[in-house]
Write a protein of this length. Sequence first.
Length: 358
Amino acid sequence: MRVLVWQWGRRGAGPRFAACLAGGLAALPGIEASLALSSGAEILRAPDAPRCDLTLPLYSGVPGLAWRALQAPVFVGRTTQWLRRTGAALAVCAMPGPLDLLMAASLRRAAIPMAVVVHDADPHPGDAFPFLFRLNRALIRRAGGVITLSDHVSDRLRAQGVLRPGVTLVRANHPPFAFGDAPPSRAHGGPLRVLSFGRLLPYKGLDLLAEALVRLGRRDMTVRVVGQGPEGAALDALRALPCVEVENRWVAEGEIGALIAWADLLVLPYREASQSGPAAIALAAGRFVLATRVGGLVQQLGAEPLATLCEPEAASIAAALDRFVSAPPTAIGGVDAAGAWRDFARRVLAGLEPLLAT
């Protein structure tokens, strides 16, 4: 049986999630996986670039998106022809994007059932393009199957009435993202290295981290805050601390492995969360994770031996950091990312079996 996985984003976790899911599916007996990405996807230029069966030059920026929308009939017609040639029995959208309604129309013409992985049920404060969320909702309503990565997201979708009657709902944990080999945590022999990595948006709790570090009052640690987002009081407060370095910039695919390998501990002081991609990267590299007990993080990290959960309060974060600095835990190595994605793919396919019978 052939399963198609697609994701039309250029940067961020979406293309990598799609590539890892396609790899997990391909590792299952009797399954052939096809992967479709934007030709501009950053992962295609990475050293570990995946094999891709279809790359489309999609768009760059809002003007490019508008031009692609005007070409919708051509896009749908050509994509439908390609889909029919693949002989796919099922298609999975790894992460929704602006052009996925056109893909849904192509799949409907090709009579291929569609499922979509829903990463977030609510827009995060600070998200730049709220209109994308409305497009995502429209895609979910057209899908025969919905895959969530936590009960938190599943429950929110049910409460919002987004799921149409008869939809197949599958819940599976976010597997780890592997970005190459990393030395054991603490192998450098110096002060504890703490990393906060990801989009620098209000819900990430960077103000809580700044207050926690002030409360902690320790200088025998090095903290890096790396990611892209709007400047503000939280970043100013972090920059003012002697042990902190703030790097407000986009981190390319090729840099992520080295960045995670630098760290001993990834800190996620979030005020809310569906799940965490940076946590999935850290676990694969054998890095410790300190996260707040919010949203889907409890389910994603609660049973992980490398993870510690605390309350979304500065005092609780400070106390947890103090324990790490005073008595660093013993490194235990990373998890089997390939095996985790294979298990994830198996669970997804088993859950979506009702779509294959239609």
